[in-house]
Design a protein around this ligand. Sequence first.
Ligand code: ARG
Length: 393
Amino acid sequence: MIDHPLVLIEGERIKEVRSDGQVPDGYMRIDLGNATLLPGLIDCHVHLASDPTQSSGNYYKDVLQMSAIDFAVSAHVFAKRTLEAGFTTVRNLGSAEYIDVALRNAINRGDIAGPRILAATLPLGATGGHADDTTGFSPYIEFHGETGVADGVDAVRRRVREDVKRGADVIKFMASAGVLSAEESVGAPQYSQAEMDAIVDESHRWGKRVAAHAHGSEAIKMAIKAGVDSIEHSSLIDDEGLKLAKQHGTYLVFDVYNDDYILAEYTRLGFPASTIEKEKKVGRLQRESFRRAVKAGEKLAFGTDAGVYPHGWNGKQFAKMVEWGMTPMQAIQAATTNAADLLGWSDKVGAVKPGYYADLVAVDGDPLASVAALEHVSFVMKGGAIVKSPAAR
Ligand code: ARG
């Protein structure tokens, strides 16, 4: 931590960090007054191609009437909201029809505003599982479009290759059942150990890290043994799972804000009662697991599953993480240094250091005293370009 930092920026990178207050000639000066300056925040788990505000209030109507094109058309709005909330880098862990690749590319070209994106493309999952959107519907309804559904060792290897071919930066697969999908279970494993092993082996061979969705304790352990880089949700992780995660150096990502939003809003959004019941089974336990993971000194990275709740609200999770056992500094590190490490980008984002991207946020007040300050960033810069500034408020 530095008092009165002076960050010299050239082009899209940080050139130097000083504390002497001397601005050399030839630099434009941006004075942020008493604000606290931090590295741009990182959310390791978002779904930019959808948002609960798109819901009509009738779940089945939405499934029948909306297409991937509806989601693609609006995704840039959610990308911009995310960036303006101070999240300059995100990992998009699944969207239909390669929307995340198109979004990432349009942002990188400078066509639209948004965070740096690592895209997972189509998440892999078993027939009838969390990635199989046709589960729970009549077999007479025809669904179009490519999915990540793949069964068996050969098919999952092929599916990983297809994702990589289409532009995936990271591979996502569903190791267990889920809350918002139609299966009965929340946490049962949905792939065999051999299938999980094959997904990780194939992904790593192509140089891609792997994120596994897993709520149940058995599925979590299987995915860790397979060698995944992160467990997403991690809801029912047991002590053996915590031990395994430590041994393997696996990051755990807990979307601990989600439960509040789902229980408050998803009935109104028209989700089936069975979904709400499933959330009640894992929400509270997930937070207790998070507390145990913090105590055990696990590697924890910040990921919200935004898209389940509104984009731009990502920062609300910080206060939850502190409520459930982290210090404010740990929560901030989860969304900066740790997140960058999980993404494999610790040489370019997640810190205010020479050579790193000039991705910066500022907040009024001291987030170490009140981490909720991160819910309202007053200044955002991405790659040396001002996205949001107090003057423009
Ligand atoms: N996408 C996740 C699922 O459907 C959301 C889980 C949200 N619940 C929670 N307690 N984190 O499984």
